[in-house]
Design a protein around this ligand. Structure first.
Ligand SMILES: [Zn+2]
Length: 344
């Protein structure tokens, strides 16, 4: 990154956005938010554990005159583009603020293996699984390191400089996702809960969870808040959060209807459903999809299938080691996901 200027924007006094590049990612960059204070600085989200991110972040922090020995961290969620670089930034005095569900996930070893087994059960071909996992950014640019976390709950407060943030638990994009809200400034630091131009990916990798249901509830929660400015984890800032939330809900309504229309009376696995869904990717066919994208697509298909199944629109048929789905014969033949899922 030498010689390249790092994009830094001062959003409020001593409150900065640092653009950290994400090479080869459609997300393009991650927004890391830095609050400078004479006491302790706070960095919100960090970047991937790779040189390009580390160079950009260090250069940005140098320009802002941030001393990492006097810096604490808040991470919105466990995904590698937010959490990965943390291991290269913390010092002996750093506090790391994080949510409980994902702390437990990180501390429990073996969750990758559980996800792999779950993907296979949902029809992901065994011969493609290894490659999919190897190219997963979480595997490639995450970190094995398990730090000591300072656990925050919904409603807890963090003070940084002149800002007093409230924690807003927003599960959906990930199971413990947490935003920070500054009520006096009406600013929401949103992580990947609300993004513009791109839709936050909602994936499901276990039988117990219903992440799309959680996500829609978390959108409603934020919709009702007084917000003038959303600071998202990627892309540009958002001034009208309600309009964007409506668009995101409409997106998932369309998705649910699409998944429902793909199913018939013959059982289909989530992988088969994913292969028939429409994806905004520059590929001519599902076969050409990069393996990692097939992985994300399958996780997203499972999230939508789970939601439809719990609402009774479709039924799950476990056949041997495989999980598949059909339309629910007991629901009326023309039963469709209503236009407004808010009322479901
Ligand atoms: Zn992200």
């Amino acid at each position: 990154m030498k010689g390249e200027t790092i994009m830094i924007e001062e959003i409020q006094p001593s409150f900065f956005r640092v653009e950290v590049p994400l090479p080869n990612s459609p997300l393009k960059f991650i927004n890391s938010y830095v609050i400078r204070s004479s006491d302790r600085n706070l960095i919100i989200d960090t970047g991937l554990n790779r040189k390009e991110c580390s160079d950009a972040m260090h250069s940005g922090l140098q320009q802002l005159d941030i001393d990492l020995a006097k810096t604490d961290f808040f991470i919105t969620h466990l995904h590698a583009d937010h959490f990965g670089l943390l291991s290269k930034l913390v010092t002996g005095t750093s506090q790391i603020f994080f949510n409980r569900p994902e702390t437990e996930l990180i501390e429990a070893s073996g969750w990758w293996e559980l996800m792999i087994a779950y993907a296979a059960k949902n029809g992901f071909p065994e011969n493609e699984l290894r490659e999919a996992i190897q190219s997963h950014p979480g595997r490639e640019f995450g970190s094995e390191w398990i730090p000591e976390m300072n656990i925050l709950q919904d409603g807890d407060k963090i003070i940084a400089g002149n800002y007093c943030f409230e924690c807003v638990s927003t599960p959906g994009h990930s199971m413990g996702h947490m935003c920070l809200y500054e009520p006096k400034k009406k600013i929401l630091v949103a992580g990947d809960h609300i993004l513009i131009d791109i839709t936050p990916n909602i994936q499901c990798w276990s039988d117990e969870q219903n992440p799309l249901q959680d996500y829609l509830a978390s959108l409603d929660k934020v919709n009702d808040m007084e917000i003038d400015l959303v600071l998202p984890g990627h892309r540009r800032l958002i001034t009208d959060h309600k309009t964007r939330i409506t668009e995101l809900k409409e997106h998932h309504e369309r998705r649910l209807r699409e998944v429902q229309s793909i199913l018939g009376n013959d059982p289909r696995t989530a992988f088969q459903v994913a292969s028939r869904m429409t994806w905004d990717l520059d590929c001519d066919s599902w076969e050409e999809f990069p393996r990692a994208q097939k992985w994300f697509a399958t996780g997203e298909a499972i999230a939508h299938l789970r939601y439809l199944q719990r609402k009774g629109f479709i039924v799950r048929k476990d056949e041997g080691r495989m999980t598949a789905f059909t339309l629910n014969e007991l629901s009326p033949p023309d039963a469709k996901v209503p236009e407004n899922i808010r009322h479901l």
